[in-house]
Ligand binder design. Structure first.
Ligand code: IMP
Length: 194
């Protein structure tokens, strides 16, 4: 019998990324598939807090093994910002292009070292909690380049490359991304628990 992971996200792209690396003894069930359609308010001040808030929302309602993720871009010269504020860096509503333009302005004359970070919170049926992290380092380009991906991808040049994620084949991002690393860490943990 498959072990079910309840995923506290309404983002089908994230669910697809997790399903792509989940061994076949697991199945992923999303908020929408459970009939939850309200947006979970992310009131935390860190990626860890927000990932936990989302996983706890679901765990409180249905129990079981619940997971959630939260990601952000962390720029060294900006002391880790935009970080947990990544989606709304230039204000609300969230606007990828406005965020990138704002970031380029903030970085004038500063070092452009940065990383993407994902945190996955996992709450087991007995309420014990675990966190898994994935990081990819790189730097911020001086202009927006490429069409692929989302968010800050057209500005992020991963270490070892000279193109942005917006320009590189999406398969390169899928194989190396912060999100994939965090998912793999979660999967290794779950397999070790079986
Ligand atoms: P989320 O919590 O994973 O939805 O990410 C919050 C925000 O971080 C997104 O709206 C993007 O602005 C940014 N972000 C997270 N992951 C990525 C990525 O893989 N590429 C580009 N931007 C990202």
């Amino acid at each position: 019998m498959k072990q079910t992971l309840f995923f506290a996200s309404g983002n089908p792209a994230k669910a697809a990324e997790i399903r792509a690396v989940l061994p076949e003894q697991f199945e992923l069930v999303t908020l929408a598939e459970l009939g939850f359609h309200e947006e979970i308010e992310e009131t935390g001040t860190t990626l860890e807090e927000n990932a936990f808030i989302k996983a706890a929302y679901l765990h409180k309602r249905i129990g079981g093994l619940c997971i959630a993720d939260d990601s952000g871009l962390e720029v060294v010269a900006l002391h880790g910002r935009p970080g947990v504020l990544s989606a709304r860096y230039a204000g609300t509503p969230s606007d990828d292009l406005a965020n990138m333009v704002f970031l380029i302005k903030q970085l004038e004359g500063l070092s452009r070292q940065a990383r993407f970070r994902t945190v996955i919170a996992c709450i087991l049926p007995d309420s014990t909690r675990y966190f898994f992290e994935g990081v990819i380092t790189g730097h911020i380009a001086d202009q927006i380049r490429g069409q692929f991906g989302f968010g800050y991808d057209p500005l992020f040049i991963p270490a070892g490359f000279d193109k942005t994620f917006g320009e590189l084949d999406p398969a390169i991002k899928r194989a190396n991304s912060h999100r994939t690393m965090a998912i793999m860490a979660l999967v290794n943990f779950l397999v070790s628990q079986q």
